[in-house]
Design a protein around this ligand. Structure first.
Ligand SMILES: [Fe+2]
Length: 333
């Protein structure tokens, strides 16, 4: 997430869902413990006979930079997750501290450190998702770009990570994974952004889901559904007796995307980051989880945001899953 200006919207539909959620005892507990750890979740229909198909880690909001202790912090996170027996890391975006509004020389340093850390400490396959801070120079004035550079925007991160496209899917051990790309430019604010799926991406999502019967995990950087704005404050405002949530904080098209998941029927777990907080919401059988942040509060002690965390996820061959948020073992000095 970011302190960048965000155009706001009244999330009336989302708040209707939130209201229903808050009436549930478990949801209320999740909210009140939104920055606490660990948060363990067992999906519905769990049985003792389940066969584990894949154990992986969701690493979101790494915010790697040589200017803060992300090197020892990331080393510890890799060691902790790999000691847990993970077979894959699925990142959640905001991989580097910032390239959205940062000059090229600093962006070069951050990507260089990211590559060094993954090369030295990561022993399992990695699948990357991109966040707002991984987009190069959308804020032209602060990045010192014109916008016609060959690595402007998403191009830089795609090249750094050798990705062919912003959104994609893949299968692993009997499960389907969908990686979404949440962040678009805000036409009314040069240094702002909005979270939604373009028509092209939404059509791709619908077609991709229609082509698989496998149980599915979705990851986006910006949450599609989350209760974290109600927890933290400062990101919502009361306006004309409505609660207004920034369109850069939560997906503007949440009802539409959730409708796509409902129609597909096989989307089990939807992961996100961005808020640096921990929560879970269950809506119509789809579980939405914010997995905190590997960097905690941007590699500094912070009263509001979570401690350095990652999510440990077991997927089972019967389509169920276990999800828990764990400390990385690193404490920001
Ligand atoms: Fe972030």
């Amino acid at each position: 997430m970011s302190q960048l200006n965000r155009r706001s919207f009244a999330a009336l539909t989302g708040l209707t869902g939130l209201s229903a959620l808050l009436s549930r005892p478990n949801a209320a507990a999740a909210m009140s413990d939104a920055s606490a750890m660990p948060l363990a979740i067992q999906s519905n229909n769990a049985t003792p006979a389940r066969t584990r198909a894949l154990r992986f880690a969701h690493f979101t909001d790494l915010h790697i930079t040589p200017d803060r202790p992300s090197e020892p912090g990331m080393k510890q996170a890799f060691e902790t997750a790999q000691a847990d027996g993970i077979e894959m890391i699925l990142t959640g975006g905001d991989l580097i501290m910032d390239s959205f509004a940062t000059k090229r020389a600093q962006v070069d340093r951050e990507w260089a450190l990211l590559h060094k850390l993954f090369a030295e400490h990561c022993k399992v396959p990695v699948e990357h998702c991109l966040g707002n801070h991984d987009i190069f120079g959308f804020c032209l004035s602060k990045a010192g770009l014109k916008g016609d550079e060959s690595d402007f925007g998403y191009a830089r991160a795609l090249a750094e990570l050798k990705l062919a496209a912003r959104w994609r899917s893949f299968d692993r051990n009997g499960w389907h994974f969908i990686v979404l790309s949440s962040v678009e430019r805000d036409p009314k604010d040069e240094c702002g952004y909005l979270a939604y799926l373009t028509d092209e991406q939404r059509a791709w999502l619908e077609a991709d889901l229609a082509a698989t019967k496998l149980p599915t995990v979705v990851v986006s950087h910006v949450p599609i559904i989350t209760v974290t704005p109600a927890v933290r404050g400062g990101e919502t405002e009361r306006k004309n007796d409505q609660t207004v949530i920034s369109g850069g904080l939560v997906h503007l098209d949440a009802p539409t995307v959730h409708g796509v998941f409902r129609k597909a029927g096989n989307v089990k777990l939807v992961l996100s980051g961005h808020t640096h907080l921990i929560d879970r919401c269950v809506a119509d059988g789809v579980t939405y989880c914010c997995s905190g942040a590997v960097c905690g509060g941007w590699w500094k002690p912070h009263k509001t945001y979570c401690e350095p965390t990652y999510a440990l996820i077991d997927l089972f061959s019967d389509g169920t899953f276990d999800y828990s948020v764990k400390p990385t073992g690193w404490t920001n000095p």
